[in-house]
Every structure is written in structure tokens, then in C-alpha cells.
Design a protein. Structure first.
Length: 381
């Protein structure tokens, strides 16, 4: 299958368009966008295919947005890094400094850095949950405040797949007096004019593409996994059906680890500041030193939930055997099903790929990799 690709490509980056188009021919893509900036300037902004809505099929348009799952986490990280840069949040101080109830269950010394680095031992909940509980921030943070860690904090990573967002959201609220979604909108997305939302209003519904779920819900393929394992307990309580993200209830609430809505343009646009010392669209949002905190390694080795060999900095993933990126000063994260944000500070590159048809993996997808490799080839030519 071929599809018409829309958008713009700067001279020298034409191969990215070809690689993006190949996703339909080789990988069955349905609707997607890909965008990158270099030195703060857009070098390509492309989209194509169709977006699935309640009333049938529409073309994926210039302003189509989609739930990007864990790519949302990168926005939560920026919120915490910005508060730290302003001296309002100490990433190494106990979380209980800002959220006293969190000290229960032996968590007196658990710091924000442990949550950002997936080493806090809070990758899931002890109490059995239903999917609808994901809409109840106060319930979930209350349960975690009382809960003991599942392993000794700081000793290893275990992907806090959905819990991370509630935990960071509560910290941001305690420190700033604003919800994470509001803080992000007022301090980052709004000033940059970026079309990315954590808590997405009804006025955007008509242009939101429906997620096309993978073959199985997250964690549902773990039948051979030990039911007492951290991986099983993390991914199956509750088991998340991706189709739930197309409901108004999911869109409206703030789920800062998995519920953000945007497109490649907005993800790449926001991380233009990450790639360029905190500056984008002529505005200095965060200092370059504040962004260097990303490279403070929090965990390195086999993640207890994903089973992948990861190197995790202050929130963002760092180059590792699983993702051997060309430049060392690079950070990244991706979303369930294939969305991706790559920020290469050496090349001053911000790259993003976003799609509606989810792949079956949480740890990489060839549809984002092809355009990314073509981008690096263009930069090196």
C-alpha cells in the first residue's frame, strides 16, 4: 500500500520523506506524522494516511493529534526539570519534603530522582485496580503514599509504566500549586505555541485520531511470566486496553505518564528547547545547566519490568546497548505502540514520530527508526 505524504522537507532531507512513505508499503502504517528541527529550525514536517474517528475515516490532517502514550513522560520530565532549575524542587531531596504523607511505608528517603529514574520501587499498586481507577488521580497517589516499595529504592529500575505520571503529577502539584497538565501548558506548551495537551479539552475531539490498538493489551502477553514478578504485577494491575484512550473520560483527565495528546510537530517543537540549551522560538524556557541534569544516570542494566538493557538518566533514556545512538549527548523516550522522541544535543536535533496504528512492542518500532536513520544520514552527508 502507498499513501500520499503531505508537508515540507528542507533540501538534503528528501530521503526522510521516502523512509516515511515506506512505512505504509513495508510496515502497514495507517496514519502518522514525523517532524524534526535542527538548530531550532524545522527541517521536515510530514504527515499522511488516515485517522480513525467515530464517524468513519478521515485523512490524517496537518492538525491531527493522537494519544502518544509514554512519549507524554518526556513532558512530565521537563516540568520537574524546570521546577528544579528554578530552585523550587530538589530532585535529590526526599519526596516527603513536599508531600509529607509519602513518607509512610518506609519511603522517607525516596527522592524525586528515584521516581524519574524508575528506581523508586513503585511501578505498580498493591491494591487490585480496575481500568476506571486510572481516571482517579487522588485515589492512586493516596494508595502509593501509603504503600511500601516493591524493592529497595535506587538499586535497580523497574519501568513505572503508568504510576510514574501520577507520582510526578502530585509532586508538581505540591511544589507549584498547579496540576502537572496546567503547569505544562502555562510554562512550556503555551509559551512555545505547541499543540500538546495533558488533559485534552472537548474542543479538540474532532481532530483527535482514534488509537488503533495492538493485538493484545499491555501485559496481556505475559502468560508465561511469574504472577508474583514485578513485571506481571506492574503490567496487569490494571491491564490497560489501548482502546480506552479513545474515550472522552481518558482524554479529559491528566495522565502524565500515558495520556498526552499531540503530534510529531508538537513533540519535536517542545523538545527543540531540550536540544538547544533550553531555548526555542526565541524564548529561554529553562537553562542549559538545568537540562544537563538529564544525564545524571539513575539506573543502568536490565529493567525489571521491560526486561531490556537500559541506561536511564533524570527521566529520559540515554544511549545504551538497546539504543546505540550516534552521539553521546542524546536522550530519548518512546510510547507504547511506537511513538518516539529523540533529542540529540550534540547535533541540536529534535526528532519525533507519532502514529495511530500501534505496534505490539513497548521497546522500539521500525516505523520510527527508518525516518530517524534517514535523518542522521542527511546530517552526516
Amino acid at each position: 500500500m502507498t499513501t500520499e505524504i503531505h508537508g515540507t522537507v528542507a533540501p538534503g532531507f528528501e530521503a526522510v520523506r521516502d523512509a516515511f512513505a515506506t512505512n505504509w508499503e513495508m510496515h502497514g502504517d495507517v496514519g502518522a506524522s514525523v517532524c524534526a528541527t535542527v538548530d531550532g529550525e524545522v527541517v521536515f514536517d510530514l504527515w499522511g494516511g488516515t485517522a480513525t474517528f467515530d464517524d468513519g475515516e478521515r485523512d490524517w490532517a496537518e492538525d491531527t493529534i493522537i494519544n502518544v502514550w509514554s512519549t507524554t513522560k518526556t513532558m512530565s520530565f521537563l516540568c520537574c526539570l524546570l521546577l528544579a532549575d528554578r530552585g523550587e524542587l530538589d530532585l535529590h531531596a526526599p519526596v516527603a519534603t513536599y508531600w509529607p504523607e509519602f513518607a509512610a511505608g518506609g519511603k522517607e528517603q525516596v527522592a524525586t530522582r528515584h521516581i524519574m529514574g524508575h528506581t523508586a520501587g513503585l511501578s505498580g499498586w498493591d491494591q487490585p485496580l480496575d481500568t476506571v481507577d486510572l481516571l482517579d488521580h487522588d485515589k492512586l497517589v493516596g494508595l502509593h503514599a501509603a504503600q511500601a516499595p516493591w524493592w529497595e529504592p535506587g538499586t535497580a529500575s523497574g519501568y513505572h509504566a503508568i504510576s510514574q505520571g501520577y507520582l510526578l503529577g502530585e509532586i508538581v502539584k505540591r511544589v507549584s500549586g498547579r496540576s502537572l497538565g496546567t503547569f505544562f501548558d502555562e510554562e512550556i506548551a503555551g509559551p512555545l505555541g505547541a499543540d500538546f495537551h495533558i488533559g485534552t479539552g472537548a474542543e479538540h475531539d474532532e481532530r483527535i485520531a482514534h488509537v488503533i490498538p495492538p493485538a493484545a493489551p499491555l501485559g496481556a502477553d505475559g502468560g508465561a511470566i511469574d504472577e508474583d514478578s514485578i513485571a506481571y504485577r506492574t503490567l496487569t494491575n490494571p491491564t490497560v486496553d489501548a482502546s480506552f484512550s479513545s474515550t472522552p473520560e481518558w482524554r479529559r483527565v491528566e495522565i502524565p505518564a500515558a495520556g498526552g495528546h499531540g503530534n510529531a510537530r508538537s513533540v519535536a517543537g517542545i523538545h527543540t528547547l531540550t536540544a538547544n540549551g533550553g531555548k526555542a522560538n526565541g524564548q529561554q524556557i529553562i537553562s542549559a545547566d538545568g537540562l544537563e541534569r538529564i544525564f545524571e544516570v539513575q539506573a543502568e542494566g536490565i529493567d525489571q519490568v521491560l526486561g531490556a538493557d537500559l541506561k536511564i538518566g533524570m527521566g529520559f533514556g540515554l544511549p545504551s546497548p538497546m539504543l546505540p545512538l550516534p552521539n553521546p549527548h542524546t536522550c530519548y523516550w518512546g510510547g507504547w505502540g511506537g511513538s518516539l522522541a529523540i533529542i540529540d544535543m550534540d547535533a541540536k536535533l529534535s526528532f519525533s514520530y507519532v502514529m495511530n496504528k500501534m505496534g505490539d512492542t513497548t521497546t522500539g518500532d521500525p516505523r520510527g527508526a527508518g525516518p530517524l536513520l534517514a535523518t542522521y544520514a542527511a546530517l552526516m552527508s
